[in-house]
Structure formats: structure tokens, C-alpha cells
Design a protein around this ligand. Structure first.
Ligand SMILES: [Zn+2]
Ligand SMILES: [Zn+2]
Length: 282
């Protein structure tokens, strides 16, 4: 079969689901079955009011959600006002993100964008009604060249389009600015680094080339996945330093660790594979 015949065949006859490998019954641009999608849920456990980390229920009992803080945020206030995520970074959500990021299955960006839009809906009322600058976490140009696109930017665009379509007039003034933040150097893998070392590893990795773009503005920083939080914290720090009045963070997924009995600082390190850790520095 020649190339044209082959692509026609693939269009007319759906392939297998890229997650569970069962044959797809519907023809869709998204090569993932409904069952696999229906297993993805929004985070439903108690989370830290600032960073979105999970908090064990015994500690959370009887507390107002807006007052719940994790050990890390009680110790040290993060450089962002609030970070939200749609789902936990595991299972099929993680598979879906990997399909976009490492297998370049672009239609996945629409689905992830819808999830991100839902996460943003949750903080929309604390953001100004107009003029929010939406900034995707940038890739270093070497990585961007290799991947040909920035997944955070694709997902941010999809989410923003949805929010503008369904939301208030003010939302139409929210602008995606993919050049507000640049990654000046590729960062090392974060494997085995302590929190302080990860922060050091990020130092000087990002810059705001034209501070006017963010000065006195509320910035909504977007990433596909937040794992250790070091990357978004550094981006938020640089944006604030450049004059942003407030920085919020929204991601499709984040790693959740249940703190040991909910008292004190979490003692359970999230299980991350090398790919994820490399991704936090991507
Ligand atoms: Zn499936
Ligand atoms: Zn926290």
C-alpha cells in the first residue's frame, strides 16, 4: 500500500486505544477510548489552599478549606498566590499527558485543555475579571526544536479558547503571552536532588525579556504537570521580580503525596520516574 492509501485506511478504520489497546469503536481524532477517559477524575481529596498538595483527612477535619495549609506552605510562603490542578498525576491522566508530550498525539491537547479550563474555573473568582496575562511555562529552545511544540502552550490555548467561549465578557480580555517568560538554559535532571539543590538547579533558568508585559498585571502561569513544584515556583519568583502584581498557577495534573497522618512536614516522597523528573526541567 502506498502512503496515501495507508493514511486513508487509518482514517476509515479506527485503530486501537493508545492506553488500553482495545479496538476503538468510533472514528475520532483522539485515539483513546471512552472507558479510558471516564476513569480520569478531578482531585477530590482535601488540598492545601495555597499549593494544592494533598492533606490527610484527620488534620483536615473541621477546617475551613481556605485555611488548610500543608507543612511546606506553613513553613515558607510560596512565591505564587495559589496553585490549582485538575487531577492527580497518575493512571490514565498521566498516560494522556505522555501521549501528547512524548508521542506527539496533538488532539489530546483539546481534552487536557478542557480539564485545565475546569481547574481555572475554580479560581476564576479570585482573579481580576479583566486583563489577566496567561503565560505558559516555556521550554528551552533545544527541547522545543526536538519536540516541535510546547505542550503547556497548546493546552493553555485550548483552555483559554473554551473559557472565552463559555465565560463572561471580561474573560475575552485575558491574553495568552507565550513570550512573557523565556527559558535561558536547559536545566539538569532533578533526580536525587534535595529541595534546596533543585532550587539552585533552577537559578537563572528563566527570564522576563520585556518586564512591561507583566508589570502590575495578574499572571496565570500554566504548566501541563506540576511534580516537585520547583519549576513553577521559580517562574513565579521571576515574574514577581519583573513586576507582576500576583501570580497564580494552573496545571492539568500534579503529583499528590499524602502527608504522614497529616501532621508536620510530609515524609513520603512522591514516586517519580526519571521521565517525570526530566520533564520538570524540560
Ligand atoms: Zn482505552
Ligand atoms: Zn501547600
Amino acid at each position: 500500500m502506498n502512503g496515501i492509501g495507508e493514511s486513508l485506511f487509518a482514517t476509515l478504520f479506527p485503530s486501537d486505544c493508545r492506553i488500553c489497546r482495545k479496538p476503538l469503536v468510533n472514528i475520532s481524532r483522539l485515539p483513546v477510548c471512552r472507558d479510558c477517559l471516564s476513569q480520569i477524575h478531578a482531585i477530590s481529596c482535601e488540598v492545601c489552599a495555597i499549593c494544592g498538595e494533598s492533606i490527610a483527612t484527620p488534620y483536615a477535619l473541621g477546617m475551613q478549606p481556605e485555611k488548610l495549609l500543608c507543612g511546606a506552605c506553613r513553613q515558607d510562603e510560596p512565591p505564587f498566590a495559589k496553585a490549582v490542578a485538575y487531577g492527580s498525576y497518575n493512571g490514565n491522566l498521566r498516560e494522556l499527558i505522555h501521549l501528547l508530550k512524548y508521542e506527539q498525539v496533538k488532539p489530546v491537547a483539546q481534552v487536557l485543555g478542557a480539564m485545565l479550563a475546569e481547574a481555572i474555573e475554580g479560581i476564576k473568582d479570585s482573579l481580576p475579571a479583566e486583563g489577566v496575562v496567561v503565560v505558559p511555562v516555556p521550554l528551552h529552545k533545544s527541547k522545543r526544536r526536538q519536540r516541535a511544540f510546547n505542550q503547556a502552550e497548546m493546552i493553555a490555548r485550548a483552555a483559554l479558547d473554551l473559557l472565552k467561549k463559555n465565560g463572561s465578557a471580561g474573560l475575552r480580555t485575558w491574553m495568552l503571552n507565550k513570550k512573557a517568560l523565556v527559558r535561558c538554559r536547559a536545566t539538569q535532571s532533578q533526580i536525587g536532588l534535595t529541595r534546596a539543590q533543585r532550587r539552585e538547579n533552577m537559578r537563572g533558568a528563566f527570564a522576563v525579556p520585556h518586564p512591561k508585559a507583566v508589570q502590575n498585571q495578574t499572571v496565570l502561569l500554566i504548566d501541563d504537570v506540576v511534580t516537585t513544584g520547583t519549576t513553577v515556583a521559580e517562574c513565579a519568583r521571576i515574574l514577581s521580580k519583573a513586576g507582576a502584581s500576583k501570580v497564580y498557577v494552573a496545571s492539568v495534573a500534579r503529583t499528590l503525596r499524602i502527608e504522614a497522618q497529616g501532621f508536620g512536614v510530609g515524609s513520603f516522597a512522591p514516586e517519580l520516574d526519571s521521565e517525570d523528573l526530566a520533564a520538570t526541567g524540560s
